[in-house]
Design a protein around this ligand. Sequence first.
Ligand SMILES: CC(C)(COP(=O)(O)OP(=O)(O)OC[C@H]1O[C@@H](n2cnc3c(N)ncnc32)[C@H](O)[C@@H]1OP(=O)(O)O)[C@@H](O)C(=O)NCCC(=O)NCCS
Length: 331
Amino acid sequence: MSLIERIRERAKKNIKRIALPEGDEPRTVAAAARVKAEGLAEPVLIGSPEAVFAAAREIGADVGGIEIVDPASSPKAGEYAAALFEMRKAKGVTEAEAARLVRDSMYYGIMMVSRGDADGLVSGAAHTTGDMLRPALQIIRTKPGMKVVSSSFLMECPNHSLGENGLLVYADCVVMPCPTAEELAHIAVGAADTARTLCGIEEPRVALLSFSTKGSARHALVEKVQQAVRIAHELAPDLLLDGEMQLDAALVPEVGASKAPGSPVAGRANVLIFPDLQSGNIGYKITQRIGGAQCFAVLQGLAKPCNDLSRGCSVEDIVNTIAMTAVQAGE
Ligand SMILES: CC(C)(COP(=O)(O)OP(=O)(O)OC[C@H]1O[C@@H](n2cnc3c(N)ncnc32)[C@H](O)[C@@H]1OP(=O)(O)O)[C@@H](O)C(=O)NCCC(=O)NCCS
């Protein structure tokens, strides 16, 4: 069974309510209909019913039995506005502004998750990462003990000798452009958590990547990764984590043994932490486009799961992301 098939099976066993703020976006409507029909989650389409039904007609999707919530006429809007005002008044949000914001589908969906009226949220077929992530960071915030929200890419590689039978977790490839050493340490711990909870990897082995292995090069960039390793050890003393190391030392047993002898991770890493967003984003695309890997992206570190799509996503991508969000919500 592939990773995504395993995730779908887990989602079916613990049905979660997933808010879809782009409720009138045709691919999202088609995905909601499939998710409902296949019993993967309970989708909630956020938008005006007229627009949702128009999109459903256009693509021939059956939205019967799917809940549609309209922020413009929702009886919950007053409660959400009051809660949003309380949360954000110290940041200058006024009561009038909070009332206006909750009429927006994205804010409404984030408030649903924040108040426990939905278990998770998926968007991004029509919005940018920042459009969803900024309100999620402001309202849902981070998990206890977790300082940053970041992302993991679950990479299913054709070469099964790599990582965990071909499965590797990459972080961060979406959120933090230039993490500090402390932020990098939190990304590493968050990615290990994602490897365990979402991928079922019982023993995450985390490598913090660099162009240097164990002091082979000297540079401020290398020192930042070395410092991140020290902080990550303090944050998660039981986690198998090591660095700084080059990619080949992390993945290839002979190279790992020669460049980082005695390392519990070198040569057999299944979680790879990139030093910044440029290397992470480039790295996952190389693995996908040149290496032929399948990839699935999730956000980690939020107190409740919200996930982002690429605007070029397919219906299948949205269905998969809803299933992954449901599994994260069940953990
Ligand atoms: C994530 C992102 C949207 C945050 O944007 P931002 O301009 O820093 O947002 P803000 O400064 O308004 O921060 C919003 C709140 O979230 C917090 N925050 C920002 N980034 C955070 C993070 N990664 N983890 C936790 N909290 C974070 C801020 O402290 C702030 O809290 P506050 O308002 O209570 O003080 C921004 O970092 C971003 O756009 N990242 C790159 C996304 C991207 O383009 N990726 C490529 C896609 S492939």
